[in-house]
Structure formats: structure tokens, C-alpha cells
Design a protein. Structure first.
Length: 438
């Protein structure tokens, strides 16, 4: 078997490295800074923006208006990078697309949904522009009512950051000052959810609403069902544990909205209305779990995706048939899909364990608590951006570790689910190897 480095994942890696490198250089320019920012911090912010994570070692006030615009552009380019710009790279060299690249593109799409590369790019960009424009308009109105002077820019920035599930905020305490502003919180939540569903689901919903399709496809039903289920579960958990804890100063109505907001933002968005270090221990555990799960596949969000955890849960409660498949209702999940989900889950878990170990060796000697380290690593991998306050305190080595984890978490949709190395197969059948389990 001969190894050939021909995977399209390398195009994505090169694209992201270029964006991060260019962004770091631009953010170190004097015109981009309101306060002195070191190169390592500029690199950290650029990586966090391109990987739509939201973790930040310095306050956004450290950057000038130009620097904040650069961060906004990095968020937008990074948010669309995995699908839109990868597809652009595939179709720009010529009108004819190699069969191998068509297979890569189609691996992100399901039956009944458009998979022509040019239409994919147009659909994604048009959908993004429409949703972000509406969100910016509503947020600008809300910020104007709240007395924000530069409310237009604040509206645009937070709309893009929310839809791209980036979690960057121009406010030093994220959205904590607006914990009792339902207009802002509800708008941010809707943008986060729409950005986390995935363009496949959004397109399928549009076809269903416009009656171009009678039914939602199986993938959309799984993603929507898991999304609603996780939001509902998170709301119950956070309301129960934080009602008499971090939500004490809030009226009942604001407690309900903040519990719902915490449930939504934990799955890769990164905004917060209460300091995460004030959450109870059970809430922190659920936050780590939700950050690991993430949102929908083919979306701007990170994590291992709700469809992956759906398959893992199914595998835990049902055994595959002798052919390796599992039947759910009137649909059959193939053994190939089951294997891919399992391998992806194990790769992600291995990366998290390795990241937690390395960061513990670096930051643990400085007295940093292990729960803060685990929280930080999962947040970086899931491209969430929530933190227990460790990010600004990271050492130089710790920052480099988190940068690597953010990068791996962002390109993980392709690079972890598809091997970077392709194998050339030969028609050889080997004898079965029996291994006892349990």
C-alpha cells in the first residue's frame, strides 16, 4: 500500500495558515492597535478569529477601529472558509472538476440538496449576507436604544460574530452588561442557532417552507431534533442549578432568558451573560459536555457535531446488524457512517486528552486548577470561546498550545473526519483477525 498526500484537506490547512499569518501581521501594525499588543497576542487573536473561537488574551479595546475591522474580516473569512472558500479553491483552477474533488464536495451534502460547487458558494454567501444583514439591523436598533454611540458598527460586528459562532465582543465583559436586555439576547441567540444548523439544513428548511419539498430529509430531522433537545436539556440544567446561584440578582423573566442563552451559547458561540467561573460545578460539567458536542455538521460552528453524538448514542443503545448497519425508523445508517462517526469521536477525544495533558504540564506548575485547564482546552477545540478566566493568564507556551488546539478544532471537520493521507488500495484479501472484547 503506497501513501499519497493528495487529500483536499491540505488546501484548507494552507488557506487557514495564510489567513492567520496575514491577520497576525496586520494586527501588529501600529494603525491596528490602540494599546501595545505583542506578536504572540496578535497571533493568538488572529487564530481565534479565523478559527471563530472567541478566546482572547487581550481586550478588544486594545485594538483600534481598524484593528477591530481586521478581526471582523478574519471572523467572516474563517467562518465561511471551511465550505465556501474550500469550494472556491476547488472550482477556480478550471471549469472541469476532478472526480476526486467532486467526491470531497459531495461528502458534505446529502441526497435532495444541491451539491453543485458554484451553487453551493452562491447559496452560502447569499444566505450569510441576508441573515447577517437582518441581524445587524436589529442589533443596531437595540444598541442604539441602549445608548451605544457607534451602534451601527457594534451591530454589524456582533451580528457577524454571532452568526459565525465566534463569540468575539467589543464589550470588555462580553454581554454581561446586557443580561437584562431581552432584545439583544434573543437576537444573538437566533443568529447563533442559524449559524450552527448548517447550510444543508437551512436550504432544506427553505425548500420545505416554500413547498418545493414535501418533507425534511433525514439529516435535517436529526440535526433539528438534536439541536432542540440539547437546547431544552441545557435550559433545564442551567435554570435549575443557577436559579439560586449566578442568576440570583435577576428577575424570573431574565433568569429564563439567561438560562436559555447559556444553553445556546455553550455549543460553540462563546458569548456570556454571567462570568463562567461563577457557575456551579454541575453547570460547568454540562458546559464542557456541550462545548465538546458543538452544533450541526456543515455549519460554521465547531465541536464533534450533533449528528456524530447522535450516532454514538445510537451505537450505545443498539447493536448493528450482521451487515454492520443500524435501522432507525424507515432509514438505515450504514456501517461506513457508523465507523466514521466512531473514529471521528475517538480522534477528537484523543486530541482533547493530549491537549489537557500538555497544558497541565505547562500551566499546572503555576498553580492553575485542572478544571480551568480542561475547560480551556475543550473551549479551544470546540471553537467556543468561553473561559473560566485562564486565557489572559496563559504563559507563552500555554498560548502556543491553545493556538494549536484552536487550529485543530477548526479544521477538524475535514482533517479529523477525513484522513490527510490517501491510500492506494490493492486487491488483496487478508485473513480475519479475531479479537476478544469485554
Amino acid at each position: 500500500m503506497r501513501l499519497r498526500f493528495r487529500s483536499d484537506s491540505w488546501y484548507l490547512v494552507v488557506l487557514f495558515v495564510f489567513l492567520i499569518g496575514a491577520g497576525s501581521i496586520f494586527l501588529t501594525l501600529p494603525i491596528s492597535q490602540a494599546k501595545p499588543v505583542s506578536f504572540i497576542d496578535a497571533l493568538f487573536i488572529a487564530t481565534s478569529a479565523v478559527c471563530v473561537t472567541g478566546l482572547s488574551t487581550v481586550d478588544m479595546g486594545s485594538f483600534s477601529h481598524v484593528g477591530q475591522i481586521i478581526i471582523l474580516l478574519l471572523i467572516q473569512l474563517g467562518g465561511l472558509g471551511i465550505i465556501s472558500f474550500t469550494s472556491l479553491l476547488l472550482i477556480l483552477p478550471g471549469s472541469r472538476i476532478p472526480f476526486r474533488r467532486i467526491s470531497t464536495i459531495r461528502s458534505f451534502y446529502v441526497d435532495g440538496v444541491e451539491y453543485d460547487p458554484r451553487r453551493i458558494v452562491l447559496t452560502i454567501m447569499a444566505t450569510t449576507l441576508i441573515i447577517e444583514t437582518i441581524g445587524a439591523g436589529v442589533l443596531s436598533f437595540c444598541f442604539n436604544q441602549a445608548g451605544i454611540p457607534d451602534f451601527y458598527f457594534y451591530g454589524i460586528f456582533h451580528s457577524v460574530s454571532a452568526f459565525c459562532n465566534a463569540g468575539f465582543s467589543l464589550f470588555p465583559d462580553s454581554l454581561e452588561a446586557y443580561a437584562q436586555n431581552p432584545g439583544i439576547l434573543i437576537t444573538i441567540m437566533l443568529l447563533i442557532i442559524l449559524g450552527g444548523l448548517g447550510f444543508i439544513v437551512l436550504q432544506d428548511l427553505y425548500r420545505r417552507i416554500t413547498r418545493k419539498s414535501r418533507y425534511l430529509n433525514f439529516h435535517s430531522r436529526v440535526v433539528l431534533g438534536m439541536t432542540l433537545g440539547l437546547i431544552g436539556l441545557g435550559f433545564i440544567v442551567y435554570f435549575y442549578f443557577e436559579n439560586t446561584n449566578s442568576f440570583i440578582p435577576l428577575p424570573l423573566g431574565d433568569k429564563i432568558i439567561n438560562a436559555l442563552f447559556q444553553s445556546v451559547t455553550t455549543r460553540t458561540a462563546g458569548f456570556d451573560t454571567v462570568p463562567q467561573n461563577l457557575l456551579s460545578q454541575p453547570s460547568k460539567v454540562f458546559t464542557i459536555l456541550f462545548m465538546f458536542i458543538g452544533a450541526g455538521p456543515g455549519s460554521i460552528a465547531g465541536g464533534i457535531k450533533v449528528s456524530t453524538i447522535f450516532i454514538i448514542i445510537i451505537l450505545m443503545i443498539r447493536h448493528p446488524s450482521p451487515e454492520g448497519d443500524i435501522q432507525i425508523g424507515k432509514h438505515r445508517i450504514t456501517g461506513y457512517t457508523l465507523n466514521r462517526a466512531t473514529v471521528f469521536f475517538l480522534k477528537a477525544l484523543s486530541l482533547l486528552l493530549l491537549g489537557a495533558l500538555v497544558l497541565s504540564l505547562i500551566e499546572g506548575n503555576r498553580g492553575v486548577a485542572f478544571d480551568a485547564i480542561v475547560f480551556e482546552v475543550v473551549s479551544a477545540f470546540g471553537t467556543v470561546g468561553l473561559s473560566l478566566g485562564l486565557t489572559p493568564q496563559l504563559s507563552l507556551a500555554g498560548k502556543l498550545v491553545i493556538i494549536c488546539i484552536m487550529f485543530a478544532g477548526r479544521i477538524g471537520l475535514i482533517s479529523l473526519s477525513f484522513s490527510l493521507v490517501r491510500y492506494k488500495k490493492y486487491d488483496i484479501t487478508y485473513p480475519e483477525g479475531s479479537v476478544l472484547l469485554g
